[in-house]
Design a protein around this ligand. Structure first.
Ligand code: HEM
Length: 195
């Protein structure tokens, strides 16, 4: 089977890739796109990655790394990603650029989630919703607690709660961050109407 033109011998994964195996669609072909779309139908089984997001390309490279680790490489597939003399094609270069962009976005998102970790949240039938900050929230352990703010992200509707350091003036005046209504500016916990 081939992933972005790199061919692997998956004989030892016969139970997955052999006849009747759940991933037989991948055998004998390059169906790279299906790794990230999950579309195993005939039209989904293609090595054409156009229109995928940088994040999806990162996920596809994770699959490539999986095959490089677990299965012996046996060559290159002449076609979309490698020329007859085994050179990477312009299409492969383009995918590599998407990968670089995806990795940049991932690093930025990780840095952002450290600076603005998600709040803790809970909902109860009688008192409604509550969001609050603590030294561990959003999977981020830290020395500061922070204060809850609504973070508005361009391109996505609505907002989500993040904890902002109360001595970070740049964060506190950031227009993408808004205080919760009826909650004191520096309270560590706020009641909310909806989560
Ligand atoms: C985009 C969707 C998916 C893709 C591309 C995918 C792909 C794969 C591939 C290629 C393998 C074989 C790995 C190997 O060579 O060892 C695998 C294994 C496996 N997949 Fe998926 N999978 C998907 C979704 C799912 C879902 C939704 C489930 C469960 C509900 C699932 C359950 C499993 C299990 C249990 C194995 C391991 C089987 C074993 O080691 O015996 N997969 N998957």
């Amino acid at each position: 089977m081939s992933v972005m033109g790199q061919v692997f011998d998956v004989s030892k994964g016969r139970k997955h890739y052999g006849p009747g195996g759940g991933y037989n669609v991948f055998a004998g072909t390059d169906a790279s796109r299906a790794f990230v779309t999950g579309d195993f139908s005939e039209s989904g089984q293609t090595d054409d990655l156009s229109g995928l997001s940088p994040t999806q390309i990162v996920a596809l490279y994770d699959w490539l790394a999986f095959y490089q680790k677990d299965y012996p490489p046996v060559g290159r597939l002449i076609g979309r990603y490698y020329s007859e003399n085994g050179e990477p094609t312009a299409a492969l270069r383009q995918v590599e650029e998407m990968l670089a962009e995806g990795l940049r976005q991932k690093a930025q998102a990780q840095a952002e989630s450290k600076r603005f970790p998600s709040c803790n949240s809970a909902w109860s039938a009688d008192s409604g919703g509550r969001v609050w900050c603590s030294t561990k929230s959003g999977g981020v352990q830290r020395s500061w607690v922070g204060v809850p703010r609504k973070l508005f992200t361009p391109g996505s509707s609505g907002s989500r709660c993040v904890c902002v350091q109360s001595d970070d003036p740049a964060a506190l005046t950031n227009p993408a961050l808004q205080e919760y209504e009826d909650c004191p500016s520096f309270a560590e916990s706020c009641s909310v109407k909806s989560l």
